[in-house]
Write a protein that binds this ligand. Structure first.
Ligand SMILES: Nc1ncnc2c1ncn2[C@@H]1O[C@H](COP(=O)(O)OP(=O)(O)OP(=O)(O)O)[C@@H](O)[C@H]1O
Ligand SMILES: O=C(O)C1=C[C@@H](O)[C@@H](O)[C@H](O)C1
Ligand SMILES: [Mg+2]
Length: 178
């Protein structure tokens, strides 16, 4: 018998500052799932910060570490997994992400900028014009996020709590049971 029911694994994708970590924690709490963040897991298993990895190994080294972590974490269930903003740029990762229900947290560049401009822990934004970089990344990645997502939630000025509520409603509307 074929089973179309996806396993209880929720995967959040979207750009830096979309709120994947913030919303992911709340959503996991609400569902009684365990929360994971691929960026935090990379730091934990490497024993090094993302900035350090980028500095020593470049983005290529970071992406290799990210792929290994995504393969491992997407084999779990009853978890909410917040992924790094660039996880979708590696084709091999798509196969891993599709093990779960993919939710795209979509945010306009101005909102991304507002939420990231004070942090120093996003190496790709440690440049003279981070807003231009966010725009470039959005143009390249938005079509990929959209293509992979089972549902898309726009994150504007709604509170994290309201966003979690909207996610649960949209899952229900799409007949996706978790
Ligand atoms: N809905 C929201 N309303 C207000 N502030 C928010 C919202 N979502 C996130 N934030 C704030 O924006 C900042 C960035 O959010 P967060 O770290 O969750 O984004 P992210 O998608 O995980 O980014 P990254 O890909 O860089 O890890 C945090 O300071 C967080 O408190
Ligand atoms: O958008 C990106 O490519 C990144 C986003 C962050 O979550 C980290 O994964 C890292 O800083 C790279
Ligand atoms: Mg995050």
């Amino acid at each position: 018998m074929e089973c179309n029911q996806p396993k209880p694994l929720i995967i959040l994708i979207g750009p830096m500052g979309a709120g994947k970590t913030t919303i992911g924690k709340l959503l996991a709490q609400q569902l009684g799932f365990t929360f994971y963040d691929s960026d935090q897991e990379i730091e934990r298993v490497s024993g090094a910060s993302i900035s350090w990895i980028f500095e020593k190994e470049g983005e290529v080294g970071f992406r290799q570490r990210e792929t290994r972590v995504l393969d491992k974490l997407t084999q779990l269930d009853h978890i909410v997994l917040a992924t790094g903003g660039g996880a979708v740029t590696i084709a091999e990762n798509h196969h891993f992400l599709k093990r779960g229900i993919i939710i795209y947290l979509r945010a306009e560049v101005d909102i991304q900028y507002e939420r990231t401009c004070r942090d120093r822990n996003r190496p790709l934004l440690q440049i003279d014009n981070p807003k231009q970089k966010l725009t470039e990344l959005f143009c390249k990645r938005d079509p990929i996020y959209q293509q992979l997502a089972n549902i898309t939630i726009v994150t504007g000025h709604s509170s994290p709590k309201k966003m979690v509520h909207d996610i649960l409603l949209q899952l229900q509307d799409a007949n996706i049971t978790v």
